[in-house]
Design a binder for this molecule. Structure first.
Ligand code: PLP
Length: 570
């Protein structure tokens, strides 16, 4: 800037001094001097009040900024509108005339559910109270036998999705013998049952090896099932975040397709969970949307390999990269993938992406031995990259009156026989056994996928599942009505929502009858096309219609509660 034109040398120097002075006063100084002047005449109480007010405003502002940067401007408005609609209709339904009708209809549905679930048959004895004299063994056995005849969905024929993954007589025999031998054992007392401790530690070691955990630092624990493994992974991440990063308002980021066990963890452990939408074509988590939710409160990112609803594997490699970049733990839910995913490559399938500890960002993996590991129900493994992470799931107290106490998982006492059964199954199957079952199961799932893609034009396979689960939707027929039609034919596929779909988790039992399923699917689809279908004609369609509508928000939850209550009705 040439100032000579405006005046003397003296004037020029004075002007420059003033400009420099102004520049030296940065914003912080200005705010500081403002605050100093503002507060020097105020009482302590007013100052505290103002600080609380400002921090409240600040927190709201941060929340709003994170909300908008997560969902985007349009998305934020949509979410707010959805929530407002739900609140509006919920309020509407709580008004006396509507409330009464809803209550009546819910009660009616629950009564119907009870009539179907609770057997009232004079041919059975009922034990609502202790029998005053105990029953001799033979009578106990005959009671047990008679209950096996209660009408039920037949798993032996392989027409049920998932549920029983092996079901072979020889294996059941082995597990029963193992259970018999270790029936009284308790994992809480390794001094009394040292053999159980040995087998339990070997189960964890074998599974760590399968998932390529780091040899030096990899570690894990046994749990009662996939849900407990997920609960512990989330708890560990929360404690890790609190201990090492001082995070007090923890948040988890997970695909919308993540197992409900993560929602349960959020509910139990006071964590905020963000569900990230899936890519509309691949049904993998949308990475661009996921990234936007990362902030300083993020304690964990989750992905599935594969997920429960659609059997789709999230881009674990990209999630790993992101996790490394932001130094955030990453959990891979391989509960369902269990003993399928680790053996796919060795089974000769070439299209398997990396999903385990070989990816540097993966810090924990859950694997259900009681699914494709074929172990007795009640066993699963939670694995960690290092012991620091595992320690964060431990419960420890040194001040209990009952003595020094610590337990690795959620339970206290745990029957050791379940893990003994798991150990016996694993060493009995061996790597070759699991590779063979993996080949058979994947080939069957792919056969089903291909048949639906090529021979059932009315149905659409969701994404491109490469593992053991195949799900399908339809824009031609009501998929829930199809579920009911299949029920009539003895099939029990899982019903999914958002979008409405069905899935089959292929097990060893479904291998011989997949052709029957394709044929029954074709027949059922034809029957539906040729009839004039109304959603109210189908129980499942009606139920999911209620669950999916904003107008009846909350009603489906009431039905679920009714179902849970019914479990304990005698
Ligand atoms: C089955 C499953 C779980 C856990 O279920 P549990 O019933 O508790 O064993 C978790 N994640 C996925 C993907 C699953 O399929």
């Amino acid at each position: 800037m040439d100032l000579t034109f405006y005046g003397s040398e003296d004037f020029k120097n004075r002007l420059l001094e003033n400009i420099n002075l102004y520049l030296a006063l940065n914003h912080v100084e200005i705010i500081k001097s403002f605050l100093f002047n503002y507060y020097k005449n105020l009482s302590l109480l007013t100052a505290i009040r103002d600080v609380i007010f400002i921090s409240f405003i600040y927190n709201r502002l941060v929340y709003a900024i994170r909300f908008i940067s997560g969902y985007g401007l349009v998305g934020s408005i949509q979410v707010l509108f959805q929530n407002a609609s739900k609140s509006f209709f919920a309020f509407f339904l709580s008004l006396p005339p509507f409330k009464k009708r809803v209550e009546q209809e819910v009660a009616q549905a629950i009564t119907q559910m009870r009539d179907e679930m609770i057997v009232h048959d004079p041919k059975y004895n009922y034990f609502n109270q202790l029998p005053s004299t105990g029953l001799p063994e033979q009578e106990v056995m005959s009671e047990l036998l008679s209950y096996q005849n209660i009408k039920h969905n037949d798993w032996k024929g392989g027409k049920v999705s998932g549920a029983v993954y092996h079901g072979g007589d020889d294996l059941i025999d082995l597990q029963t013998k193992a259970f018999h031998m270790y029936c009284v054992s308790n994992q809480l007392h390794p001094d009394v049952f040292p053999g159980v401790r040995k087998m339990e530690s070997e189960v964890v070691s074998m599974v760590l090896n399968m998932f390529n955990a780091p040899k030096e630092t990899g570690c894990g624990a046994t749990t009662s099932g996939g849900t407990e493994s997920l609960l512990l992974a989330c708890l560990s991440a929360r404690e890790y975040g609190r201990k090492y990063k001082g995070i007090t308002e923890p948040e988890i980021i997970a695909p919308a397709s993540i197992h409900a066990g993560v929602d349960k963890a959020a509910f139990y452990f006071g964590i905020k969970l963000h569900h990230i939408p899936l890519d509309k074509e691949t049904y993998k988590v949308d990475m661009n949307k996921l990234k936007k939710f990362i902030n300083s409160n993020t304690i964990l990112i989750c992905g599935s390999a594969p997920n429960f609803p659609h059997g789709i594997i999230d881009p674990i490699d990209e999630l790993s990269e992101l996790a490394v970049k932001h130094k955030i733990p990453l959990h891979v839910d391989c509960c369902l993938g269990s003993f399928i995913m680790p053996f796919m490559e060795k089974s000769g399938f070439e299209d398997v992406p990396l999903f385990d500890f070989r990816l540097p960002g993966v810090t924990s993996i859950s694997c259900d031995t009681h699914k494709y590991g074929f172990a007795p129900k009640g066993s699963s493994i939670i694995m960690y990259r290092n012991e620091k992470l595992r320690e964060c799931q431990y419960f420890v107290t040194d001040s209990w009156m009952g003595g020094l106490y610590g337990s690795p998982g959620l339970a206290g006492s745990k029957n050791g026989a379940v893990m003994v059964g798991c150990w016996a199954t694993m060493v009995n199957m061996g790597e070759k056994g699991y590779i063979k079952s993996c080949q058979e199961i994947i080939n069957t799932a792919r056969k089903l996928k291909k048949a639906i893609q090529q021979e059932l034009k009315e149905l659409k396979v969701i994404g491109d599942p490469i593992a053991s689960v195949v799900s399908f939707t339809s824009d031609k027929i009501n998929i829930y009505a199809l579920a009911d039609k299949l029920n009539e034919k003895g099939w029990h596929l899982s019903a999914l929502q958002k979008p409405p779909a069905l899935h089959l988790a292929v097990t060893k039992l479904s291998i011989p009858i997949v052709d029957d399923l394709v044929k029954d699917l074709k027949d059922a689809v034809q029957e539906l096309i040729s009839t004039d279908f109304k959603p109210s004609d189908s129980e499942t369609a009606a139920l999911y219609g209620v669950a999916g509508s904003v107008k009846t928000t909350g009603v489906a939850s009431k039905l679920i509660v009714g179902f849970l209550d019914t479990l304990y009705k005698t």
